[in-house]
Design a protein around this ligand. Structure first.
Ligand SMILES: [Mn+2]
Length: 408
């Protein structure tokens, strides 16, 4: 071993149990002896392996093994592992809907796919308001405060959200214990936007790799997070992947800046879908598009099928079944809450009149999503300082449950 090693700066000696080390990034804790605590303290400054050997000469024999084990758990790091160490999901308390963590043993226990909630507390794609980044934890706190429990063994009564017969799938998910909360993606103020989005993509990629075991359900965040999420999905599922997009906006908006090419340009919550199309996404079905901001939007093109809000309301009234969306594709669902009419939903920075009612949106979820192969979902654009936050939470939870019921 001839390299520099340092302690992961997020690793701390437990303040109460002095024989316990905890990794604040991953939530992992390990019990260890005095020598290892000494080693971890010694390596708070990066050191060459030879100087570690000198300092710990009395355990020279075991040292390589000890260091390898701590490196494998990312309690110690080599210089090139720092970025990897902060590309992680951090468990959060309280747990969303009182759900357990998706441990390895749980993965083996369940017979069907688990649905795992992942918070993406990133709001830098909206330059005027970044409170969407607070949303995942705000929702966790709300779910705890009102005792909303979706873990197996809970007495959750689906009738509190709608007619029992409509929520059979949700009831099954709860009974079989197939819902999980694995925490938030870790972000830090010191990180560049580029790096934040790379991390989102990299973590999503790992989640999609286990798609036979789980469906990730991301809670944003502003809509810019959907670009790295969908890019990861496209890379995993290929040309078969389509997007079902609920939004007042097409999120393909340009500006004169599009003509300016420079490497550090980043996307935002109003053009994430353009970036998806540039990076392999073949098609998006867009529901709820409307308003003056779309008055120059052409009806359909190679990449987009647009369901204008007004026309879609007519289709819903006539009982349209939306069978034109192929059943043999895979779908990623992205849900921007401004798809709802501002009369119902005010927790947005981009209200547009003539949106869907709650029932119209539920109809779409039941006919467009149910029965199709869904590989991932995100809900985004929930702002904690707009409208009545209590109503925002209730609407968010209602649609999260409707989406769970539809993708199960
Ligand atoms: Mn959007």
């Amino acid at each position: 071993m001839n390299s520099i090693i340092q302690t992961n700066p997020y690793v701390l000696v437990d303040s109460e149990a002095k024989d316990k080390l905890s990794n604040k990034l991953t939530g992992e804790k390990i019990l260890c002896g005095d020598k290892i605590i000494e080693l971890v303290n010694f390596l708070k400054a990066p050191r060459a392996y030879e100087s570690i050997e000198q300092e710990f000469s009395e355990i020279k024999e075991q040292l390589p093994q000890v260091i390898d084990a701590l490196l494998a758990k990312k309690f110690l790091l080599k210089p090139d592992q720092l970025e990897e160490a902060v590309t992680t999901i951090t468990p959060c308390t309280p747990h969303l809907f009182n759900l357990p963590f998706f441990s390895k043993s749980k993965k083996n226990e369940i017979n069907d796919k688990g649905i795992v909630f992942v918070g993406v507390p990133l709001g830098i794609g909206n330059k005027t308001n970044q409170t969407a980044s607070y949303y995942p934890n705000a929702l966790r706190n709300y779910s705890e405060k009102y005792g909303i429990k979706l873990n197996s063994g809970s007495n959750f009564n689906v009738k509190s959200f709608g007619p029992k017969n409509n929520y059979q799938n949700l009831q099954t998910l709860i009974n079989e214990g197939r819902l999980f909360d694995i925490g938030n993606m870790f972000f830090d103020l010191n990180e560049s936007p580029d790096f934040c989005y790379e991390k989102v993509e990299s973590i999503a990629r790992d989640l999609f790799k286990e798609s036979e075991k789980q469906i990730p359900f991301f809670v944003g965040g502003d809509h810019s997070i959907s670009y790295p999420l969908i890019k990861a999905a496209v890379d995993e599922f290929g040309d078969d992947l389509c997007v079902i997009h609920f939004d007042a906006h097409t999120d393909t908006y340009g500006s004169p800046y599009n003509q300016i090419k420079h490497g550090k340009k980043i996307h935002h919550h109003g053009n994430f879908l353009t970036k998806c199309f540039e990076n392999g996404l073949k098609h998006a079905y867009q529901f709820g598009i409307r308003g003056m901001v779309n008055s120059n939007q052409s009806d359909n093109n190679e990449f987009q099928t647009i369901y204008w809000s007004g026309e879609t309301k007519e289709l819903i009234k006539s009982g349209h079944l939306f069978d034109e969306l192929p059943k043999d594709k895979k779908y990623y669902v992205t849900f921007d809450f401004d798809v709802l009419d501002p009369l119902f939903f005010a927790g947005t920075t981009t209200p547009v009149i003539n949106g869907f009612t709650l029932e119209e949106c539920q109809y779409l979820i039941n006919h467009v999503i149910k029965g199709r192969d869904i590989v991932g979902v995100d809900v985004v654009e929930l702002y904690t300082d707009k409208g009545d936050i209590g109503v925002t939470h209730q609407i968010a939870i209602q649609f999260i449950l409707d989406l769970l019921n539809a993708i199960a």
